[in-house]
Structures are given as C-alpha cells and as structure tokens.
Ligand binder design. Structure first.
Ligand code: PLP
Length: 430
C-alpha cells in the first residue's frame, strides 16, 4: 500500500520512504491510501487471541508484502511483548492499562514497533541514525524501544539538569546502540540542534538520519491494535455500548483508535479527554480550529496547544466537523479537577489513577449515558508521576521494581555544549 500526504492527496510514496522520512516534503503527515474493513469473521474470533495475533491481522494490509509476512509476524510479536489488561474500576467503567511495558507508558508500543520496522529497512543498506530531542518521556520510550535493535543507532539530546532523575536514568544507563548527549542548554536548544542536523545536506549525504517522533506513521498505527485487544476482553454483547475515552495531547493515540474504528471496530463512540489545553473541545463547539500556545498542567504529556495529529483526524472524517461530532465529543479538565478525580477515585474504588488517565476517567464518570460501558486508556503508571499523585491523594505510591531497576544503572552521557557543530562532528565520528 502507498501513503499520501495530508497536504496533497496526489503526493504518494511507498512504506519505506514514509517511515524513514516521517514527514512528507510538503510538511503534511502520511496517511494510508485506504483502510480495509475487517470481516465479521475477524471480529467474532478475536476473543482469546494474543495482541500479536490481532496486530498481525490488523497491520498486515499496510506493511505487507513490502515486509514479507513471516518476518512481519515475528516483528509484531516482538513489539507487543507485554500485556494490556482491561481492569474494572467501577461497575460500568474499566481501565485499559497501557503501562506494563519497559518504560511504563503507552509510548512503548509505538516505539518498539517503529524500531523493528526501521531495523528491517536498515538491514539491506547503511545504518540508520535516529535523532531525538527530549524533555523526558519520549527519550525513555524511544531508547528502550530501540535498545539492541540491529542496524539502528539512537542519539538522544536532552537538557542537562532539566530532566527528572528517574527519567534521565531511563535513557542514559542503557549503552549498546543508545547514546545520550547531555546538552548544556534547554530543551529548545536540543530541538534546534536536531533540526539543524536534518537540514544539513553534507551530513545527510554521509549518514542516513531519521526521527522517531510521534508524527511517524509507524508509531501511531500499531496503537490501533490495543483498542481491539481491549475489546476482545469485554463481552461481545456489550461492544455496541462501549464509549472509549482517550486522554489526548498530540492526538496520536486517539487517531489510532479511530483507525481501528475505520477498520470496523464496532464501538459506540469516542471521547477526546483533554486538560486545560482545550483547543479540540473549542473546535467541536465552534467549528473553527484555533491553535494556541500550550499551558503547563499536571497532566504534562498532554500539554499541547496545536495537536500535530489534528490533520489526520480531519482526514479520517473528510474534513467535516459534523462527521467528527457524530462520533467524538471532548471534555476539558483543569488541574484542580484532575487532582480531585485522582483523590476521590482512590478513596471510592481503591484504583490509583495517574494524572493523564484521570482525565480519561473523569470524562466517562461525568458524561456517560444510561446503559453505556466506559473504557478509558490508562496511559502511564502512576509511579511515573509520583510527586503529583502523592500530593493529591495523600497516599504513598509504590515504585514498581522495573522502574526502580533503572535507578541501579550507571549514568553514561556525552556532555556537549549547545552548539550544532559539535554534535555534527560527533555524528561524523570526528
Ligand atoms: C503522550 C502521552 C499522552 C498523549 O498522547 P497523544 O498521542 O499525544 O494524544 C497521554 N498520556 C501520557 C502518559 C503520554 O505520555
């Protein structure tokens, strides 16, 4: 299958180019040319299947035969090597727990899958160099997703002293094909240096450079799989009542859910649950998209004022706000409301929400209709946001051993000034 740019339907390219470039030359996002609807037989047989089996069936039309089926099956099984359980929180609301991967957040799914797809394209020719600037979370998911993957070197730039200790250890202790550059500067310096590298024709003539950011279609597409896997854990007679609530920032996660819906996933409707960055809720209300500067909140992975995947959402609904409104509603919660939700949910149900999942839960609690079944995405483990969760709930949070394990590693970084020339020399092994 080919992929087109959201800025121009006539600009199409193949899978390899779409994955290695990430963004189309006209700055549009790549979209698959079609979404095959999976037959009733598929839906009637998902119960009891593994996420790898469901993933292979769902993703095969987009990635095969460019990637041969047997290789692709192994890649999918390898990427989905952890559980996504559906856990009951109240009588009619359940959590889809996406934090059982290596860095305890859903971004592990996209990063692990993308790493394996890139490695496939690397194996025939030159090594691929992935460059990322991070303020914390992306670095850890990408580093752990790509760790030990053949043919791909990962270069992570982060601002020295401006990332939490535990986050820093998640991408500076790994070694192997992961290099962490500790930049004397702020996040914007890191981002600027990465951008300069992509624009440097001399560097690009000698090295294959690519990015692993969430714009990449091979990062968001695999996320469609866990929606269906979660559904397989819910009795089939309830599917028509299911409301899926997605804590949203850049809207990659909900776009993946909408892809599953396009492919025939028989749920009732979606909620885009957002923090005080309420651009999407305002869009549904007034029909006009007005990007804003982002506001800092306690659900900080969702602090986005101009969601990059909005273009993909529009594309899925032929640019029609009315079509979007028929399937999706959106509710915004401020920090006080998010904190109150974490606190009351823990005392009423015993379930500990993280600040992002809390937004998804609150939207269901406040806006579900009679007879509906709520399913929200618990996008990260509460221990990743331990200070916030403990502050609002007044309870001690236990740090899971696999998060604690990072703290036992030894930090190893390449300290550099916030100067692109120095980075370039390092990349060229000068
Ligand atoms: C990235 C992230 C989100 C937002 O996901 P988008 O795909 O950007 O909408 C929500 N919760 C957590 C914990 C995240 O890391």
């Amino acid at each position: 299958m080919n992929f087109y740019s959201t800025n121009n339907r006539n600009h199409t390219t193949d899978l390899k180019t779409a994955v290695l470039k990430g963004l189309a030359p006209d700055k549009g996002l790549y979209m698959p040319e079609e979404f095959p609807v999976l037959p009733a037989e598929f839906w009637n047989n998902i119960k009891g299947k593994s996420m790898g089996e469901i993933g292979f069936e769902m993703l095969k039309p987009f990635f095969c035969p460019t990637i041969p089926e047997d290789k692709f099956r192994a890649m999918v099984n390898d990427a989905f090597n952890f559980e996504v359980p559906v856990v009951k929180v109240t009588d009619n609301i359940s959590a889809m727990e996406l934090f059982h991967g290596p860095t305890l957040a859903f971004k592990d799914v996209g990063a692990r899958f993308l790493a394996r797809v890139m490695s496939y394209f690397a194996s025939n020719e030159k090594e691929i160099n992935v460059l990322v600037a991070t303020s914390g979370d992306t670095g850890s998911a990408v580093a752990n997703g790509f760790l030990g993957v053949n043919g791909v070197n990962v270069h992570i730039l982060y601002p020295s002293g401006l990332v939490s200790k535990l986050q820093e250890l998640q991408f500076t202790t790994l070694g192997q094909n992961i290099t962490a550059y500790e930049v004397s500067g702020v996040f914007d310096d890191c981002q600027r240096m990465v951008k300069e590298a992509f624009l440097d024709s001399e560097l690009n003539s000698q090295k294959v450079l690519t990015s692993a950011n969430s714009i990449n279609l091979a990062r968001f597409m695999p996320q469609s799989v866990y929606y269906v896997y979660a559904l397989s854990q819910i009795p089939q007679e309830r599917w028509k009542d299911v409301v899926v609530s997605v804590p949203s920032g850049n809207f990659g996660d909900i776009t993946a859910g909408l892809v599953a819906w396009k492919m025939g996933m028989p749920v009732k409707r979606f909620i885009a649950a957002i923090n005080a960055n309420r651009v999407f809720a305002d869009y549904l209300q007034c029909g006009e998209y007005k990007p804003k500067k982002s506001i800092a909140t306690i659900a900080n992975a969702m602090d986005v004022g101009d969601p990059s995947n909005f273009a993909r959402v529009l594309e899925l609904f032929h640019g029609s706000v009315d079509e979007i409104r028929d399937l999706i509603s959106s509710y915004s919660y401020n920090d006080a409301e998010i904190g109150e939700t974490m606190n009351s949910t823990l005392s009423d149900t015993g379930y500990t929400l993280d600040p992002h999942g809390a937004v998804g839960f609150a939207a269901l609690r406040d806006h579900m209709k009679d007879g509906e079944f709520g399913l929200f995405l618990e996008t990260a483990h509460p221990a990743k946001f331990i200070d916030t969760v403990e502050k609002y709930t007044g309870k001690k949070i236990e740090i899971p051993s696999r998060l604690q394990k990072f703290a036992e590693g030894t930090k190893k970084t390449v300290p550099i000034a916030a100067d692109y020339k120095i980075l370039k020399d390092k990349l060229l092994n000068k």
